[in-house]
Design a binder for this molecule. Structure first.
Ligand SMILES: Nc1ncnc2c1ncn2[C@@H]1O[C@H](COP(=O)(O)OP(=O)(O)OP(=O)(O)O)[C@@H](O)[C@H]1O
Ligand SMILES: Nc1ncnc2c1ncn2[C@@H]1O[C@H](COP(=O)(O)OP(=O)(O)OP(=O)(O)O)[C@@H](O)[C@H]1O
Ligand SMILES: [Mg+2]
Ligand SMILES: [Mg+2]
Lengths: 249, 249
């Protein structure tokens, strides 16, 4: 298949890592060959899937110290491989600032690997790591928490997508996912309505509800289907994976 | 009084902006002369207090284009002044990377102003804008969402605080605030217990509960005391402001 999906949104805490881990895990459960890459120096996706000891990271690949094959590790989920991250990635912004084609480092590195799906988690900013994720993947999944600040931040995200199109002639394909939806509040309903009005059919039908089990799972280093496969959060991410697996980006 | 407080945590979505706005507002309600500075290129604090048209920003001050007096604007709250932000601040990381003493730009700029309190909101990373906030304020208020990833991220925050002490001989004074506490979940209780065991009396007694009114207020450009002063969120931030006003950092 060879579909790459970048999980991006510069607004913090909207569910990027939770979506990256659980979408990747369910696609693996369906039998797809999946690679999850952690492009966030905070390395939440790395710890969320239970990887404690990290040897090679995506940083080593981007600076040319290691090949991509050397840093791919297995996970607790069959068909799911991981490229971990650590704090060394935090220096990338300044370190790569004078590198020719600094936004294409990840895209080049991924040329030599083949998976059905490559899912990339990115940090909460629009810096060089997120640009690399966007350009390597082209298909973007943008989690949007159904709240005000998350909505406000979208203008800057769209501005960046348009700049990539104008200056680098790359047409990104964003799709939007409503996360942490709380059906008891008017806020969730109102914001979701605005998101659907604005982005129309680019919004996934699946909505991820607020569900504490999703917040508990990472402390056990487990994706939701291994922690509690019948909870609301697990059923929603399973449905999302089915929708992602059937959609033409 | 002249107390500066930096609201810092590189983990995204833990309540930094919500805390900055509502702490600053209640201190102003108590009659203190307060300045709120937005050091986040996402400018959530700027939009959360209802500022729509922005002339001068903190960026203009840091690059020396404007004096600090020129960019201070009034807000809807008596005794509360604001220095707004906008996207131009996003380039700071690379722009200031070769500047001598790049971490001291904000500290120098604040030498010429006097307020009872200066509250600074920072972005979700440990880059140059957060370093400037830490060094200018020395007193840090670290919001911690009572969940796993927020706890995991603290190790990197503490590592940065120790590096500042070792290399710049500045002893920062962090205090910790438990936010988005949901009394219905075991997770909040367990994580809060770990936070209090680890940080002991450096944790504020006040806990901020999860309260949807806090998430609704910014869409009206209002601090919580002007939006709904009797809700759980407002009472908690009022109590926090009383505790901050009485504590010796
Ligand atoms: N649907 C959900 N219901 C309840 N809690 C959730 C849900 N999704 C994520 N969480 C929790 O909310 C917090 C933020 O989610 P997460 O860390 O995945 O967001 P993020 O966008 O990756 O954050 P950052 O910007 O820091 O990278 C985490 O503690 C996570 O466990
Ligand atoms: N106690 C609370 N109860 C309910 N919602 C809250 C609470 N505090 C903050 N929020 C909401 O949660 C979201 C995240 O909060 P906020 O934006 O203040 O965090 P932040 O740390 O500043 O995020 P960022 O890392 O992106 O700067 C916002 O939509 C906000 O309105
Ligand atoms: Mg994340
Ligand atoms: Mg913020």
């Amino acid at each position: 298949k060879d579909v790459k999906i970048g999980i991006c949104n510069q607004k913090g805490g909207v569910g990027k890592t939770t979506t990256a881990i659980n979408l990747a895990s369910y696609l693996a459960v369906f039998g797809r060959d999946v690679l999850l890459i952690d492009m966030d120096p905070q390395a939440a996706a790395t710890s969320g899937v239970g990887i404690e000891k990290v040897d090679g990271t995506i940083y080593d690949v981007l600076v040319g110290d290691k090949s991509i094959e050397e840093v791919i590790v297995s996970s607790k989920v069959e068909n799911l491989s991981i490229i971990p991250s650590n704090i060394s990635l935090a220096g990338a912004e300044v370190e790569f600032s004078n590198e020719v084609g600094r936004e294409f480092l990840l895209k080049d590195a991924l040329d030599s690997v083949e998976f059905d799906y490559i899912i990339v988690d990115s940090p909460p900013n629009l810096g060089v790591l997120t640009l690399n994720t966007m350009i390597a993947c082209v298909n973007l999944l943008v989690p949007i928490q159904a709240e005000y600040y998350a909505l406000e931040g979208l203008a800057q995200l769209i501005r960046t997508i348009n700049l990539i199109k104008k200056r680098l002639k790359i047409e990104l394909k964003p799709r939007y996912l409503i996360t942490m939806y709380d059906s008891r509040t008017k806020l969730s309903e109102e914001v979701s309505k605005q998101i659907r009005e604005y982005f129309k059919d680019r919004v996934f039908k699946t909505i991820i509800p607020r569900n504490v089990r999703l917040a508990e799972a990472p402390s056990h280093g487990l994706p939701i289907h291994l922690y509690d496969e019948s909870c609301k959060g697990a059923l929603a991410y399973k449905k999302l994976a089915e929708e992602v697996d059937s959609v033409e980006w």
